[in-house]
Design a protein around this ligand. Structure first.
Ligand code: GLC
Ligand code: GLC
Length: 812
């Protein structure tokens, strides 16, 4: 069953039934000011950091779901309704939500009155603009009462939820004209306030929550709306809100536009005050003035649309399959922008409090983002590298506001450093910017011990070498990519977090075959970079270590039919036929196969056949099999999850692309495609009821074959799946691969594909690449021509800036 449809022309997903199987959300803003918005206008806003600068309040995991947002109430006679259906839930005559690229447009219609609200964050603006349009489509004059509503968060989203003995006494607002200012804590250490305005005079307002709703009412029955007049309340402590009250009279056919702005302002210490206790509103007024007419708002909206047109023009496919085209051209790239902005911090599953920017996560996110705005990718790489330690180890995450690393979700993950190599090299291949390697980058934010970014890559590489175990394989540390395979934790206290509890690495023999494979793949990239830089000694040194790792994997990492997953604390195999449960895992088979280890001896093919046999199911490839059915103290969190969920045999979408890429390594285009399609949301739209999460974005996890409800997804939006699937489809299936000196063409597609076309902007030139597959092969290139000249290899050379180049590729 579907709850809407894709409107590819407008690059929107259109939801026609507000009762989606879960709130289906969107993100506004992509720079500093951000909002999450659901299809019923739920959600919240923050500046830069969802934990430390939460602007509006939201209640996670509440009853009903999705509680809190920017709500409008229309009172038409005795009927009260909301254009987004919620919170009133009054049945609407028409409902439509269009989620577009960084904007959402919601329309509700009731008794001849139509209300549309367009929500977006204009570029370079610290505000969410809400353009509300009311049309009277009825035959008679309508005297409507309109109430806006949002609830302020007391800035720190964590203490906002727990420190009520203080919070209920701190709230402060100011009201001036049609603008409500939220200034809690501004008089002490804060340099910021927020405001909510409308561009016309108002009839009334409320700023105190209890006065607005009545103490015992929900969002669906505000007291003042029922009474039909504002309470004119002024918040002192308790829970400050912002609500405007407007009376709107419309003749038949008449319409009215109103522009609401939710803004954020920072002032320097010496500019904080206008007069005693009166905040300096200059910047707020400037923002309001920028968007006080429909024409100005429309112009800002057009700018946003153009911005996205440009970004999406960099990689564009035209195939015979519209589901593929829409995911590649629009939604997957959009999701890559969102994961770039938020890492794993703020979604409807990530509370914005627990996690900041992940070292491993953000580096991987770059794979899907570098082509979009390389300058921002560059800055991110430097930020991430700046939190690294001198020995190559890393903080697992940093807080976006401070850019300082922390141990809030653990530390000592031995895969972390290698991702810096992966992220940085993908940036260099996209841009050719070797100069980034010379940037002086601090360790743990201490500039006095700064070294070049290249040196950071070297210490990352060496961190693995300095942490080898008994089989000369990488020691796992707290965990590798799979945060939940905790081989050194041995936790038997439910009050401990697996992520932060003691990590008994001393004397541990726990080694990871996932890190081993990743080391070979990223190590080869590092070697290629060293060669390119003419560093021959380093090239040779690194090559020696990569070769030794390959040998160690062949010798100690092979189980006969697949790669084992790890050795545990005691040196016993994990992910082997010797095990009772968890005999085979996806990660080591993905990475060792991507590295092509033992390809000549048939190991890769065997490993991938085993993956197919034991891990594949209707909903994707599960993480391990058989699922763990009891708690294994020596494995930790992985065995804490019920079978079929999350890291315990769920389809953890993030790692499926590793197998897909591995399939392309041995040229099996049909298998690669089949796996790709299985987890791709645009192909799952018809099953929305089961899948539950948005059909336009990937989710972290789909319940696996052992689950109670296989096929049900969770954790949509913020997942490495976004970057990995885009990387996989764009570079390995469609096969357009940035290299240091050009664009390599090596598709690996289903045999029955006749042709496809990719337009790729790369280092200033445009390549229009037409690929034909007359012989029905999976892979292999017969000829490549550039502007009608035959090339000898499959590497397109760099072309002059601004040129449009015709590329013809014949497979066979
Ligand atoms: C989460 C984490 C990521 C980790 C993965 C597997 O998605 O953000 O860092 O690799 O889970 O445990
Ligand atoms: C839990 C999750 C995992 C996530 C980790 C980090 O272990 O299962 O996916 O990466 O928490 O907070």
């Amino acid at each position: 069953m579907k709850f809407g449809f894709f409107d590819d022309g407008r690059k929107e997903y259109v939801i026609t039934n507000p009762q989606t199987p879960y709130p289906w959300i969107n993100y506004l803003g992509n720079e500093d000011f951000f909002s999450l918005i659901s299809n019923t206008a739920g959600g919240y806003s923050f500046y830069l950091d969802a934990k430390f600068r939460r602007i509006t309040r939201y209640r996670y995991n509440n009853v009903p779901i999705d509680s809190g947002g920017r709500y409008f109430y229309i009172k038409d006679g005795d009927t009260i309704w909301s254009p987004g259906w919620k919170p009133c839930k009054t049945p609407l005559d028409k409902y439509e939500c269009r989620h577009g690229l960084n904007y959402t447009s919601i329309t509700g219609e009731k008794d001849g009155v139509s209300v549309n609200v367009l929500f977006f964050v204009p570029l370079k603006t610290w505000a969410e603009v809400q353009k509300l349009t009311i049309i009277n489509n009825s035959g008679q004059t309508k005297k409507l009462k309109l109430f806006s509503f949002l609830e302020w968060c007391l800035w720190n989203a964590a203490t906002d939820m727990e420190n009520f003995q203080r919070n209920f006494s701190t709230g402060e607002v100011e009201i001036e004209g049609s603008t409500i200012y939220h200034k809690t804590e501004y008089k002490e250490r804060r340099n910021h306030y927020a405001f909510y305005s409308v561009n016309v005079p108002i009839t009334g307002y409320d700023t105190d929550r209890e006065s607005f709703f009545g103490l015992y009412n929900g969002f669906d029955e505000p007291k003042v709306v029922a009474e039909g007049k504002a309470g004119m309340s002024e918040a002192h402590g308790w829970s400050p809100i912002a609500s405007h009250y407007l009376e709107v009279e419309l003749k038949p056919g008449e319409s009215r536009d109103l522009i609401f702005i939710l803004g954020y302002v920072e002032n320097k210490d010496e500019e904080k005050w206008e007069s005693k206790n009166i905040i300096n509103k200059t910047k707020a007024r400037e923002t309001m003035a920028r968007f006080n007419t429909v024409a100005k708002v429309n112009e800002a909206f057009d700018d946003l649309k153009k911005y996205w047109e440009n970004l999406l023009g960099i990689y564009n496919v035209k195939s015979a399959d519209e589901k593929l085209d829409r995911i590649v051209n629009i939604w997957n790239q959009y999701q890559c922008m969102i994961t770039f902005c938020f890492s794993r911090s703020a979604s409807y599953f990530e509370s914005g409090i627990g996690r900041g920017m992940g070292f491993r996560d953000s580096n991987q996110d770059l794979l899907g983002f570098v082509h979009q705005i390389p300058e921002r990718a560059r800055e991110r790489i430097i930020d991430i590298a700046s939190t690294q330690f001198q020995d190559g180890g890393c903080y697992h995450q940093y807080q976006p506001l401070t850019k300082r690393g922390n141990n809030d979700i653990g530390g000592g993950f031995n895969d972390d450093p290698l991702w810096l190599i992966v992220g940085t090299i993908s940036y260099i291949k996209e841009t050719g910017d070797m100069g980034i390697l010379d940037e002086m980058v601090p360790f743990d934010n201490d500039m006095s011990v700064a070294k070049s970014l290249f040196d950071h890559l070297t210490v990352s590489f060496d961190h693995v070498l300095n942490n080898l175990g008994p089989h000369k394989l990488p020691l796992i540390g707290r965990a590798d990519w799979n945060d939940c395979l905790n081989l050194n934790c041995f936790s038997n206290d439910p009050n401990e977090s697996f992520q932060t509890t003691e990590n008994k690495t001393e004397d541990s023999k726990a080694e990871s075959l996932m890190i081993a494979g990743l080391f070979v793949v990223s190590g080869r990239e590092y070697i290629a970079l060293c060669k390119k830089l003419g560093k021959s000694a380093e090239t040779a040194r690194a090559q020696k270590h990569v070769d030794m790792m390959v040998d160690a994997i062949k010798k100690h990492g092979w189980d006969g039919e697949w790669f084992i997953r790890a050795y545990d604390y005691y040196g016993k195999k994990v992910g082997s036929k010797e095990n009772e449960e968890g005999k085979i895992f996806i990660e080591s088979n993905g990475w060792c196969s991507m590295a092509g280890i033992g390809k000549e001896e048939g190991m890769v093919e065997k490993a991938l056949n085993s993956v197919k046999k034991y891990l594949d199911c209707d909903h994707g490839i599960v993480l391990n099999n058989p699922a763990f059915t009891r708690y294994y103290i020596e494995y930790g969190e992985i065995s804490s999850y019920p079978a079929g969920y999350k890291e315990n045999a769920g389809v953890f979408c993030h790692n499926n692309p590793w197998i897909i890429i591995a399939e392309t390594v041995i040229g099996r285009g049909d298998e690669a495609w089949e796996y790709y399609r299985k987890i791709c949301p645009s192909y799952l739209e018809d099953r929305s009821e089961l899948h539950k999460t948005e059909p336009y974005v990937y989710s972290q996890m789909i319940a696996g074959k052992d689950a109670w409800r296989p096929g049900e997804a969770k954790n949509s939006w913020l997942s490495g799946t976004a970057a990995w699937t885009f990387y996989t489809v764009s570079q390995y299936i469609l096969g357009i691969k940035p290299q240091f000196d050009g664009l390599e063409i090596s598709p690996c597609i289903p045999a029955n594909w006749k042709q496809f076309k990719v337009t790729r902007k790369f280092r200033g030139a445009t390549y229009v690449i037409a690929v034909e597959n007359p012989m029905g092969v999976n892979t292999g290139i017969k000829s490549v021509s550039l502007n009608d000249k035959e090339l000898s290899g499959k590497l397109l050379p760099l072309c002059a800036h601004g040129t449009v180049n015709k590329v013809k590729v014949i497979m066979g």
